[in-house]
Design a binder for this molecule. Structure first.
Ligand code: 3HC
Length: 393
């Protein structure tokens, strides 16, 4: 093996093994099904396969032994082989053989969805508006000023032009999509939509006030969905008189491309609302996975500790960002290395997610990396500021 290959393998193992272990713990806790955990990472992050299928491919016993060796060195609970990994290894079983059959039931609309509302004008909101309009829905979206509304239109125009250039759609289709999208600066214009998806600032006070408004403005029976990645959806439901109609629809960045939506139900969410949102995801060409209202849901809970671990390697002077990004792509087939992805998501957003995970799970190994805190303090937030871990100027 060449030196580069050996370094790549070492970096790959160091970063990927705890991620695989964490996925096993998530499955054994009953938080999500094996199929949903694997689909979440495939369709939310573009991984060639999900973590449980990866363990089966590498070999349950091999993964268990590698983790046990790391745990002996580090003493970090995150490296201690999960109980289920120990059990399957002892039995010579696999996740495929023990996970049970995936549910075949196709969700059906229980509420009619004809008109969609979106609140927000940022990157996520713009992508979500485009996704609904491309799927044939009339969309009304709400922004704080004409300039913001124009920005969304420009974003969608640019995305659709790319599709025209690639020959995927023609000019008439592009125009038809744009014609289905209507911007407004007044929330009152959401009165007759069947579902609202909000994608505004990740601030509980701001979102709570929005949900109070939506509850007052939207017609009876309208579903109120949030694409929050870090706020408790239960709390947003409690801000309304219709918590049964409140649900999470967590889209991934970039929303036009990533196929995943995590559908997050609270204790109060009505089963018919859940079914409708699952059916809606299929209608807009997305893959839905189901999970409960807990910090990080499936993807962020598995993804961000791995990204954070990559920063720690650099903090400890054991690697540089270019080598690690290249090693991960080479070793795992992930579409982006950890630093390139942190810069896409935004380092401020990433730090906030990691802080939430640290607070929720209390794992010392989840403490945010110093290097992540530093880029945020320096204002190097990623692609959006032209500089993050990498330089885009
Ligand atoms: N509108 C419509 N379609 C578009 C589009 C747009 N604006 N932009 C691209 N597309 C289409 C392209 O036409 C192309 O389609 P084709 O494959 O049929 O030709 C497809 O989308 C892929 O586009 P690109 O060729 O530009 O994409 P790349 O191959 O360069 O991949 C990437 C880019 C999809 C971003 C890939 O690098 C990737 O998967 N990265 C991982 C991203 C990730 O992990 N995201 C999750 C982050 S975590 C998160 O979001 C959670 C939050 O809470 C923080």
């Amino acid at each position: 093996m060449t030196d580069t290959a050996a370094t790549n393998e070492q970096i790959g193992n160091e970063l990927v093994l705890p991620y695989l272990n964490h996925a096993v713990r998530m499955f054994e806790s009953g938080y999500a099904s094996a199929a949903d955990i694997d689909n979440a990472m495939r369709f939310g992050c573009g991984y060639p396969q999900g973590p449980l299928a990866t363990i089966d491919e590498i070999g349950v016993q091999v993964v268990r032994d590698q983790l046990a060796a790391r745990f002996a060195e580090s003493g970090d609970n995150l490296h201690k082989p999960a109980d289920l990994l120990e059990k399957l290894a002892a039995e010579g079983a696999t996740f495929a053989s023990s996970a049970g059959a995936a549910s075949e039931a196709t969700p059906e609309f229980q509420h009619e969805i004809a008109r969609v509302g979106v609140v927000g004008t940022g990157t996520m909101a713009s992508g979500i508006i485009q996704v609904f309009a491309q799927a044939g829905y009339d969309v009304v979206f709400i922004g704080r000023g004409q300039e913001k509304l124009d920005g969304v239109r420009a974003f969608i125009d640019k995305g659709l032009t790319r599709l025209v250039d690639k020959g995927k759609i023609d000019d008439a289709e592009k125009q038809a999509v744009l014609d289905r999208v209507q911007g407004s600066t007044s929330r009152e214009d959401l009165a007759d939509v069947d579902i609202v998806v909000e994608a505004i600032a990740e601030d509980l006070a701001i979102k709570t006030q929005l949900f109070e408004d939506l509850d007052r403005i939207c017609k009876d029976g309208a579903i109120l969905a949030t694409t929050t990645s870090s706020m408790p959806i239960t709390k947003l439901g409690e801000a309304t008189k219709r918590p049964a109609s409140v649900i999470g629809m967590h889209f991934f960045n970039p929303a036009t491309v990533m196929k995943l939506v995590e559908v997050v139900t609270t204790e109060a969410t009505d089963a018919a609302v859940d079914q409708t949102v699952l059916a809606l995801c299929a209608k807009i060409g997305k893959v839905a996975v189901s999970c409960g209202d807990r910090s990080g849901f499936i993807v962020n809970c598995l993804l961000f500790p791995y990204l954070n671990d990559a920063v720690k390697i650099v903090d400890e002077g054991r690697g540089d960002i270019t080598t690690i990004d290249a090693a991960i792509k080479e070793q795992t087939g992930f579409p982006m290395g950890p630093f390139a992805l942190l810069d896409v998501v935004g380092n401020d957003v990433s730090l906030a997610i990691q802080q939430e995970l640290h607070a929720e799970f209390g794992e010392p190994g989840f403490a945010p990396a110093t290097g992540l805190e530093k880029v945020v303090a320096d204002g190097a937030l990623g692609r959006k500021t032209g500089k993050g871990f990498h330089d885009y100027s």
